[in-house]
Design a protein around this ligand. Structure first.
Ligand code: GRF
Length: 205
């Protein structure tokens, strides 16, 4: 019980990070008094997400793979930093790397990712960001959406926690699809975190 600590891993704009922060701080936020973002880690030193963390007075660090000789030393450092934050839950929010095996093993069923499509459709290696929306556009799909799922050692294959659809006409551009999907991403990420916290607390009872 008590307020759960969240660490968020980012690489870019951090609009999902912002949605999570807002859900924990806004008066009517669904994570208010349930969760707190205690750490933001970016592998990209110029990610706008770092400014968002700074503004919200959340500890933020850059752990840049380019300064490590191999994946193992990078992943080890990442794990050390996560453990020092005492995070209960780790959220990947536009984090553009696969999470190390050491981290997946240290946080079983406690790592979440958001994907801008209705998994298992349009998932897997190479299917991220604009590639997803381009594929949806090329297929002239009449729906897309967002998925929050648990993270395992593969790309986009972990158990689905929450999914929400958006309707499409089949004529939108990839950019228009991205915009529509992002709106539901910001809704379902905090909801999925709440669901995981409820499950954790059920076990703690
Ligand atoms: C989102 O579309 C998310 O689904 C994907 O990367 C994008 C990140 O956007 N994994 P932001 O950095 O949260 O604004």
């Amino acid at each position: 019980m008590g307020i759960k600590k969240i660490a968020v891993l980012v690489s870019g704009s951090g609009s999902n990070l912002q949605a999570i922060i807002d859900a924990t701080t806004a008066k009517d936020g669904i994570l208010r008094k349930r969760a707190k973002v205690v750490l933001v880690i970016s592998n990209n030193p110029i990610a706008y997400a770092l400014e968002r963390a700074d503004k919200a007075k959340i500890e933020h660090v850059v752990i840049d793979r380019r300064y490590y000789s191999d994946d193992k030393s990078y992943d080890d450092d990442m794990l050390k930093k996560l453990q020092s934050s005492e995070a209960d839950i780790i959220c990947l929010a536009g984090y553009m790397r696969i999470v190390g095996k050491n981290i997946v093993e240290a946080y079983p069923e406690k790592i979440l990712n958001i994907h801008p499509a209705l998994l298992p459709k349009y998932g897997g290696q190479g299917m991220y960001g604009h590639f997803v929306h381009e594929a949806v556009c090329a297929a002239k799909d009449t729906k897309s959406g967002a998925t929050v799922h648990l993270v395992d050692e593969n790309y986009d294959t972990g158990k689905i926690v929450l999914q929400k659809e958006v309707e499409l006409s089949g004529t939108e551009t990839p950019q228009e699809i991205a915009k529509k999907v992002l709106v539901v991403e910001h809704q379902i990420y905090p909801q999925a975190i709440k669901k995981i916290i409820d499950e954790i607390e059920e076990v703690e009872k």
